[in-house]
Design a binder for this molecule. Structure first.
Ligand SMILES: [Zn+2]
Length: 82
């Protein structure tokens, strides 16, 4: 089991969380809602036989997660982390 790190700042993050607590707090509410909504939609379709639908759910979540990570990175002191 590998330790999860926050993709925005590199600090340890709990498994099941996209970002560490500090970074998550810097993500705009609308983006947080999008991450949660797309995550739930993905989980709800986890046993779907409809592969294109499942892939669309995963892509929607990844897009929301990437946008949230970007927003947290930009909010960090010093801008983008490596
Ligand atoms: Zn972080």
């Amino acid at each position: 089991m590998s330790a999860r790190v926050c993709p925005a700042c590199g600090a340890p993050a709990k498994s099941g969380q996209l970002l560490c607590r500090a970074c998550w707090g810097m993500v705009p509410a609308g983006l947080r809602a999008a991450v949660n909504r797309t995550w739930r939609a993905w989980q709800a379709s986890g046993d779907a036989r409809d592969r294109p639908h499942l892939l669309a759910m995963v892509r929607a979540y990844r897009a929301a997660a990437d946008a949230a990570t970007d927003a947290a990175r930009k909010a960090l002191p010093g801008g983008a982390a490596p």
